[in-house]
Each structure stands twice: as C-alpha cells, then as structure tokens.
Design a protein around this ligand. Structure first.
Ligand code: AMP
Length: 406
C-alpha cells in the first residue's frame, strides 16, 4: 500500500513515498531553488539491501510543473513504483483550511475551489499548495488524493480562545480569528507521547512545543487542542527562525509611518527578516549556540529571548490546562538542543517541571525522557514526522470514503 506525500513550497517540492504496510519510507526527496538557474534535487531511495542510495541532480528546473515531471521520472527510474497506478493514494500538506476543513478531505474540483477561496487567509502559503495539488491531479489521474490541513487539529479550540478582542464584525466579514497551525505535527507527537507513556491519548493533558524553523506551542486537553500560539496566520506566538512571533500590533503602524514601507514590505520584514535572524543575523540555532558560547552578545540575546518566550508559553498553557501530564519538545531545535530545552524549563520546579541535565544531554532518533526523578510533569523529546502523519491520515480518509484500491 504505497502513499506518496507532497509538500509544496514557493520554490521547493518536498516528497516522501511510504509503504504503509510497515510505514517504511521507500523514497524521499527535496527539490529546491525552482525557477533559479541552479536548482537542486536531492533524492534518496531504498536499494535492494534496504539501505538508502542518494542521487543529486542540479539541472535547472523552471517551474513546479517541470519539477513534478522530474520527481515522477526519478521515482520511476529508481523503481520506487513502476506506474502511478501502483499508488494507493497521495497526501498533500495544506497550510490553511479556514473554518471549512476540519478533517482530511478527498480532493475534487469543488474542494479545490473552496481551498482557493481561502487564499486571503493564507496568501503566502495556500496558492502554491493548491497549484501543486492541481499538478498532482493531472500527473496522477485516478489516484485518490487527500488534503491534510495544518489547521484541522485545532478545530476544537473554543470560541473564547479563538476570537480576538476586536469588533465582532471583523470575524463575520473578514474571518478574523485564531486558526492555529502545525496541527499535523502536534497531533502526531501527542499521540506518540501517549503510546510511549502507555496511556490513552484522550486521558492526557500535554503541552507540545514544536520548535523548528517555524515554531508553535500547543495546549492539548485529553487529546483535543484547546489553545495554540499561532493565530490567524503562522506569524504569532513563539520566536521563530525568521518570523517575529508575538508583537505589539501598533508596531506595524509605527513602522509604516516612520519608514513609508508598504504592507507587503512590512509583511516581508516580519516573516523573513525577523525572529532569530532579526535579533542576531543567523536563523540556525546550531550556529547561534556556537556564537553565544564564544561570547557573541547578539547570539546570547537571541538564545535568552527564545528561551524566555518559550517559557512564557509553558507557564500560560500550564494555567490553561490546570494539570499537565507531559511537556514535549519536538522539531529541529526541540529534538536537538539540550540548551534550549534546559533554558526554557529553568526555574519551573514549583510547577513540577524539572529537567535532569544528563538525560537532557542525550541524542536519539527515538522518544526519550529528560525529566528529573521527582518531576511531577514528564518532560519528553519526541521526534516529529509530519509526512508519516499525512500518509496515515490519507489512508484513513481513503478507506473511510470507500475509494481505496487494494
Ligand atoms: P525544522 O524546521 O524542524 O527542520 O528545524 C530546523 C532548525 O532546527 C534549524 O534551523 C536549526 O536551527 C535547528 N537545529 C537542527 N539541529 C540542531 C542542533 N543540533 N542544535 C540546535 N538546533 C538545531
């Protein structure tokens, strides 16, 4: 049962092919710099002895259509599948499902139209993903395709949380409300945590911190999302690689008045030049930690600000949940930075959160615990796998819809 997962970015296509009988990755790749003179496709596939072979192709790719042709060709050439009809289904990551999509959804013309209508809510993310879905529908005719929305897991957030304190009219006319993102990752990680702790998913209260280039905190009560740090867009909340996170909204008007920048220029500043990069010039936490270690003040400030913001959300979500069973770190920084984990939990022992330095210094591709003996909250590191979660939800949706093939 082969499932191909696509994640389309503005100049990239990420893909992964799974055999869902044992959830093994058969092939995976990333095509970057689409539209530039030097594109780069890094493709890995399992060879006869079960190891991964890697192919790098740096021929230029003019657009996403050519990119899809290149990916289809390399998948067939490396025998990931013989024919597109070998695929049981295709899963697509969709950034924004608005209020319309609360579940993984089989893609047809009407669904595409509804998703297109959500563009004003996610102008930077949805259009390229919709264009990608159209290319996949044309390239893989007859293969069921499912959209999995980053916002869907958060549909259980109650109205007193998702409304902003602005005139109600803005909700009705402009759909201004919190939606939340990273839902696929938060859901996957929270379920994996429950399995690790051998507890029913719907019996646990968890705070999940997805700390990657994008970052989200999620408060999950008995298996349901009840609050999250991203808002109407993925710009709010935690400090991210290049996104500012929480900000006094009046700063935007102040900038416009003083600089004369357009909306688009300010949007780009806050999305692409802020966050860690804005504070210290780098957005890779590995580099920032090294710089801080060698006495670089800007890098130290970035680490201090990052940990402070993260800690603030831990405290806030502790208050929201009342009782917390597990605090979970995931994604690139959450899984790999003992320093950020330690600093974010520093001084929280009165909340029952205490980290053991030795356990925290481990590295593993598996789930591991880092809390100290006596910590009433279990603190864990749980690797995320958004692609696998999309593949799982794709299978479930196809089977529920009775459109699956054997
Ligand atoms: P993601 O978006 O989940 O792929 O996370 C990417 C980010 O994880 C990178 O920008 C790095 O800052 C961070 N990262 C990856 N490995 C490490 C590491 N060993 N230590 C600190 N940060 C890391």
């Amino acid at each position: 049962m082969r499932i191909l997962v696509f994640n389309f970015g503005s100049s990239s296509i990420k893909y992964e092919l799974f055999d869902m009988r044992d959830r093994a990755t058969l092939a995976t790749g990333l095509l970057e710099r689409i539209g530039e003179s030097e594109s780069r496709l890094c493709h890995r596939h399992r060879n006869g002895s079960g190891e991964f072979d890697e192919i790098i192709d740096e021929t230029s790719v003019a657009d996403h259509r050519q990119g899809m042709d290149r990916i289809g060709a390399i998948l067939q050439q490396t025998k990931a599948y013989q024919d597109p009809s070998d695929l049981y289904g295709i899963g697509h990551r969709l950034a924004h499902g608005g209020e319309a999509f609360r579940e993984p959804t089989l893609i047809d013309a009407a669904v595409l139209e509804t998703i297109r209508g959500l563009t004003p809510l996610a102008p930077l993310h949805n259009p390229v993903m919709v264009a990608g879905m159209e290319l996949a529908l044309a390239g893989f005719p007859g293969v069921p395709q499912v959209a999995v929305f980053d916002t869907a897991f958060h549909h259980t957030i109650p109205p007193y949380v998702y409304h902003y304190a602005v005139p109600r009219e803005l909700y009705r006319s402009c759909h201004v409300r919190q939606y939340g993102f990273h839902g696929t990752s938060l859901h996957y990680v929270a379920k994996r945590t429950a399995r690790f702790l051998d507890r029913p998913f719907d019996s646990l209260n968890q705070i999940v911190l997805h700390l990657g280039n994008g970052a989200s905190a999620g408060a999950i009560r008995q298996g349901k999302s009840v609050d999250t740090s991203m808002g109407m867009t993925p710009l709010s909340g935690l400090i991210m690689g290049t996104r500012c996170g929480d900000l006094d909204p009046a700063i935007v008007f102040h900038m416009a008045r003083l600089t004369g920048w357009s909306n688009e220029q300010i949007e780009a500043k806050l999305n692409k030049e802020s966050g860690l990069k804005g504070i210290c010039g780098d957005n890779d936490m590995r580099v920032i930690e090294q710089r801080a270690e060698s006495g670089d003040e800007a890098a130290q400030l970035a680490v201090d600000m990052y940990a402070h913001r993260t800690k603030k959300y831990i405290g806030a979500y502790y208050a929201v949940l009342g009782h917390v069973d597990a605090l979970v770190f995931t994604a690139g920084i959450g899984e790999n930075s003992p320093l950020v984990r330690a600093r974010s939990c520093e001084g929280l022992h009165n909340l029952g959160i205490a980290i053991d330095p030795e356990r925290n210094s481990q590295r593993s591709d598996e789930v591991f615990e880092i809390h100290a003996d006596g910590s009433t909250v279990k603190v864990l590191v749980v690797p995320t796998d958004e692609e696998l979660e999309i593949a799982k939800q794709t299978v479930e949706r196809i089977q529920a819809g009775g459109v699956g093939r054997s």
